[in-house]
Design a protein around this ligand. Sequence first.
Ligand SMILES: [Zn+2]
Length: 253
Amino acid sequence: MKIKRLKKVQKNLSFFVNNYKFRKPYQILIDGTFSFAALQNKFNIKEQLAKYFQADVKLLTTQCIIVETEKLGHKVYGAMLIVKQFPIHQCGHEKNTVTGSKCLRSMVGSNNESRYVIATQDRLLQEQLKKIPGVPIMYLHGRTPTLEAPSQKSREFAEQIRSKVTMTDMQEERIKSLKEQFGLKSDITMQPKKKHKKSGPNPLSCKRSQKKESNSMIHTSEHKVNESGKVRKRKRIKLPAHVKEVLKLNTHS
Ligand SMILES: [Zn+2]
């Protein structure tokens, strides 16, 4: 059972790590109701939550939550003592404190930018927090801590982000393939190669004649042909155009 439960926590946690950039140490905001349930069930918050998350956790509370438990009097005296153990996180209501649930809602805001895990037994608050994407909610089920599975809102919003990312990826791919279709990429790579080829032949054309002369049997036969008709030799020698014209003029005159 225990291993199964820990796997479930890790699965739910990794959802928030992967989709909402939650990082260790996880910040857990603890309210009066959670402290009250912990006291009733003899649940050691500090020890047990670190074990449950298998990570360093920062347990925090707010001035509003402390004041609320103080106001509730002797019935929640023990819970108040527990809450007061935790470092007080600034909530902005220090001058005019609000109810614990209102305080936590404002801490989370519209997108839980500071990435709090909210530990509360308050069902109404839980329902409200489920409507905000990226808010992990935990509560005590008897002595068993439970990190709720990501809310529908959290899952939908994460899916939206993912689909946006894949859309831009697809667009990039499309642009790439279009570039290739229009030969924008291949032009850049091909042109220098062509240039090399073009620049090559000119000096090589001169060498070719040398090679042919120094090479095998074919050349001897060529030589024979050449010897028989001198016209061929003339053709082989590449004369500049202006020289050719002058020669032509000379032969005509
Ligand atoms: Zn507050």
